[in-house]
Design a protein around this ligand. Structure first.
Ligand SMILES: [Zn+2]
Ligand SMILES: [Zn+2]
Length: 249
């Protein structure tokens, strides 16, 4: 399986990164819809697109308003947008308010609240609540080949036994790492993860690959998160996500 990183920061874009958006082209699944969505057209391989929203914050939803241009360049038979019902409602009422975005988006909006699991093509999807202002959800995607991906963003990092069991031994764990350890207090205050917490979460769930996402856009150093601290604590291959990167797993 291949994952394309279209947007790898939280909050706002910077000179080298757009906000959260990742594509699984073989399955036609998009993880979140931040400003990286404009990069989609040349990468789509399917005639449908299923967008899994972690929550409604703008760095995960603003790119939904770019989809009209995406389908202009690369027509799609169907777009489905999945998320918790109150988040979907907020996006539809506010982001797609006629005074904010005056065009109609042709898409199906599907609430996941009552769904324990569902299928997108041959991929099986499950989800879990996470701690974050307003709440967010993590997704787990499993394919018949046995491949498994876990996407956990906008979370302070769940170290519970339940989360560890649910996310255990993924082929690819995508986990946010917005803050360095020095800013741990900010992380706790804003519902985000910091370097040592990510090392703890990944150390427990033991993925084959760990992709660090949702970087702080104010961090422009080559190593914005002290990645060696994580490498020292996990057996996984640890990768810092960058826009334009493709990750095979
Ligand atoms: Zn975010
Ligand atoms: Zn958020």
């Amino acid at each position: 399986m291949r994952l394309h990183c279209l947007g790898t920061v939280g909050y706002h874009p910077n000179d080298s990164r757009h906000t959260s958006c990742y594509l699984l082209p073989e399955s036609g699944i998009l993880l979140d819809a931040g400003t990286g969505v404009f990069r989609l057209p040349g990468l789509i391989q399917t005639d449908s697109l299923d967008i899994l929203l972690s929550h409604a914050h703008l760095d995960h939803t603003f790119g939904l308003t770019f989809l009209l241009d995406v389908v202009f360049e690369r027509p799609l038979r169907m777009i489905r947008i999945w998320g918790e019902s109150e988040k979907i409602e907020a996006v539809r009422q506010h982001l797609f308010h006629e005074l904010i975005f005056p065009a109609e988006l042709s898409a199906q909006w599907i609430a996941i609240d009552e769904l324990d699991q569902w299928e997108i093509g041959d991929a099986k999807i499950t989800w879990r609540h996470q701690e974050h202002p307003g709440g967010s959800v993590a997704y787990r995607i499993e394919w018949p080949s046995g491949k498994r991906l876990v996407y956990a963003t906008d979370t302070s990092g769940d170290t519970s036994e339940e989360h560890t069991a649910w996310s255990r031994e993924a082929d690819l764990l995508m986990h946010e790492c917005y803050f360095r350890d020095a800013s741990k207090q900010w992380a706790i205050k804003t519902g985000h993860a910091w370097t040592s917490r990510v090392a703890e979460v990944a150390g427990q769930s033991n993925p084959k690959k760990l992709l660090l996402t949702h970087i702080n856009p104010l961090e422009t150093a080559e190593d914005p998160i002290e990645i060696e601290k994580i490498r020292a604590k996990v057996n996984s291959e640890v990768i810092l996500a960058e826009d334009g990167m493709a990750v095979d797993f």
